[in-house]
Write a protein that binds this ligand. Structure first.
Ligand SMILES: Cc1cc2nc3c(=O)[nH]c(=O)nc-3n(C[C@H](O)[C@H](O)[C@H](O)COP(=O)(O)OP(=O)(O)OC[C@H]3O[C@@H](n4cnc5c(N)ncnc54)[C@H](O)[C@@H]3O)c2cc1C
Length: 231
């Protein structure tokens, strides 16, 4: 197991990926090892108050010196308001890595099916970037749900990744506008033969629980369903 450490991260880049999603890159004051899919606890200060908040690492472990977090700005949310206004050079105390939601190297399934909505993409992006080359004999699928095309963060990058990796299939779906792609929630796109498949699901509670329930109804062994819930 990787050792849990406390460290400091200085914000070096802030990028708006979607109307209410920011990508924050932090330069770290010491070497931080984690497994793709794990999360860090960030101490968020606002005036006299401070709260510890969990964020999955968006960047892969192979990216050294900095980590990227992909954060949804929720109106009125304590940390959200801080991250919405935060400026470069601000320092944050962090601790990690935490969590058991990481790629299982011993899993024998040929298909690794990643399912997420919104910022649930964070740990799965980290895993994909880390695993696509490492496991050329496995087939990776990413079913990614969002409200509109603009909310599908890294859409162009995933299309590129699909073009350059025969073992990757990108399946975006949106719920609140018309486009020439898949329509509806991720739960509406769970068709196929899942006999040789392991699932990794990440997002808010309702999405994770209903998706997991549907997969079990379709005969998937719960052992082959790994998940991370944000709420
Ligand atoms: C293991 C783990 C990993 C997480 N990783 C991420 C991550 O990579 N990116 C990220 O944006 N969040 C992530 N979260 C959620 C995060 O920890 C906070 O809960 C979130 O940022 C809201 O905090 P806040 O202080 O802004 O809002 P709060 O003041 O705590 O409350 C805001 C309200 O929004 C709800 N909410 C929480 N998260 C979301 C969300 N993503 N979308 C919509 N509503 C939400 C809460 O249930 C609450 O009702 C993760 C949570 C866990 C447990």
């Amino acid at each position: 197991m990787v050792e849990i450490i406390e460290f400091k991260g200085t914000l070096v880049k802030k990028e708006r990926l979607a109307p209410d999603i920011v990508l924050l890159s932090f330069k770290l004051d010491e070497e931080f090892s984690f497994k793709a899919g794990q999360y860090v606890m960030v101490k968020v200060n606002d005036g006299d108050s401070s709260k510890l908040k969990a964020y999955s690492v968006f960047s892969p472990p192979s990216q050294k010196d900095t980590i990227d977090l992909c954060i949804k700005i929720i109106e009125g949310g304590f940390a959200s308001e801080v991250f919405d206004k935060v400026e470069e050079e601000t320092e944050f105390e962090m601790k990690g890595p935490f969590g058991r939601f990481f790629f299982d190297e011993n899993n024998t399934s040929t298909v690794q099916f990643f399912i997420c909505a919104g910022t649930g993409i964070a740990p799965l992006h980290s895993m994909l970037v880390e695993c696509l080359h490492k496991y050329p004999d496995k087939k990776f699928k990413l079913l990614f749900g969002a409200r509109t095309r603009k909310d599908l963060v890294y859409h162009e990058q995933f299309l590129e990744l699909e073009k350059s990796n025969d073992n990757f299939e990108y399946l975006p779906t949106i719920t609140r506008e018309e486009w020439d792609g898949r329509q509806g929630r991720v739960q509406q796109h769970l068709e196929g033969d899942f006999s040789d498949t392991t699932f990794y699901i990440c997002g808010l509670k309702e999405m994770v629980l209903t998706t997991k329930g549907l997969l079990i109804e379709k005969g998937v062994d719960p052992e082959n369903i790994k998940f991370e819930r944000y709420s």
